[in-house]
Ligand binder design. Structure first.
Ligand SMILES: C[S@@+](CC[C@H](N)C(=O)[O-])C[C@H]1O[C@@H](n2cnc3c(N)ncnc32)[C@H](O)[C@@H]1O
Length: 288
């Protein structure tokens, strides 16, 4: 059974239908091409950015990149590391919000591109950033299969102090399970500031993350791999911060209006076992 709570918005049965049927949705089934061919849009290389980083920052970024490479390359612990379907939170907000006005989109920490491709298929001009080269290669192949490569600009770079985008650039910025991996307070505040800076006035930020009630992460904390709400998955070494509704609303409301807040739960398989996942998702608006 699916439980969905929407505040500041109306829930119609259609949303529940969409959330329940996610596993049944299919993306293009074209066979993978052998090579990806020349990519028409810019791909910036992490190596060229290294010169501009301090030694400490370089070390942090290298560690993060290594963990995500292992996750996407061999471990595949996190369901979204292999999932091609758009996230439930994005599907839900796609029904609530009018995408006609959301043309230019940033998918921050895009992973293998399940959301970037969905948004490109909806006609958006998507800019997709990720630290993992393996994830980016998978996104490139998926974009070819879905025939949306012309609409996706890819950046294989880490998001760090200053995002490489102009002020007020995007109608929509997607933070789909990315912010929750940042636990350093200064970095978190800087990330929020950057989300705000690059979003157009009146533009939207979608953020989704795990609640402290999530069964998979709760179990890991009980097994001794976490402290309070910060949990490090022993299966891939990746750290996450879990949030309550009040905490995440407080965090984002300093810079954004909260248009919609949604909490939903569903059963998902992680490493072959079923868990009750618990998700918090927000649609935020940068004041005009
Ligand atoms: C849990 S995955 C979510 C992927 C995607 N947003 C989705 O919903 O399927 C988190 C993603 O954030 C990326 N990531 C983590 N830290 C990053 C950073 N500092 N800069 C850019 N990407 C980062 C990881 O490589 C990974 O693809």
């Amino acid at each position: 059974m699916m439980m969905v709570k929407v505040s500041n918005g109306t829930l119609t049965p259609l949303f529940v239908l969409i959330l329940n049927s996610e596993r049944n949705l299919e993306m293009s089934k074209n066979p993978l091409r052998d090579g990806i061919g020349p990519w028409p849009t810019s791909i910036r290389d992490q190596e060229s950015l290294k010169e501009t980083m301090s030694a400490t920052e370089q070390k942090t970024i290298e560690r993060e990149a290594r963990l995500w490479e292992e996750e996407y390359g061999t471990l595949k612990v996190i369901p979204s590391s292999t999932r091609e379907l758009p996230s439930k939170a994005l599907l839900l907000f796609s029904e609530i919000l009018d995408f006609k006005h959301l043309k230019k989109v940033l998918d921050a920490g895009c992973g293998i591109g399940r959301n970037a491709i969905y948004l490109a298929q909806k006609g958006c001009e998507v800019h997709a950033v990720d630290i993992s080269q393996t994830a980016i290669s998978k996104l490139q192949r998926a974009a070819l299969r879905a025939e949306v490569r012309e609409r996706i600009t890819i950046y294989n770079i880490p998001l760090r102090e200053t995002f490489p985008f102009e002020n007020n650039s995007f109608d929509l910025v997607l933070d789909s399970y990315v912010f929750c991996h940042f636990t350093d307070e200064d970095f978190k505040q800087n990330y929020r500031k950057e989300l705000h800076r690059i979003t157009k006035p009146g533009g939207i930020v979608f953020s989704s993350l795990f609640s402290e009630e999530d069964e998979y992460y709760k179990k890991i904390i009980q097994n001794g791999y976490g402290k309070e709400n910060i949990v490090t998955d022993p299966k891939n070494g990746i750290t996450k911060r879990l949030y309550t509704e009040a905490e995440i609303k407080d965090f984002f409301s300093t810079h954004f209006d909260i248009l919609y807040f949604v909490k939903f739960e569903f059963e998902d398989i992680v490493l072959g076992l079923p868990y009750r996942r618990s998700i918090l998702a927000l649609a935020l608006r940068k004041p005009a």
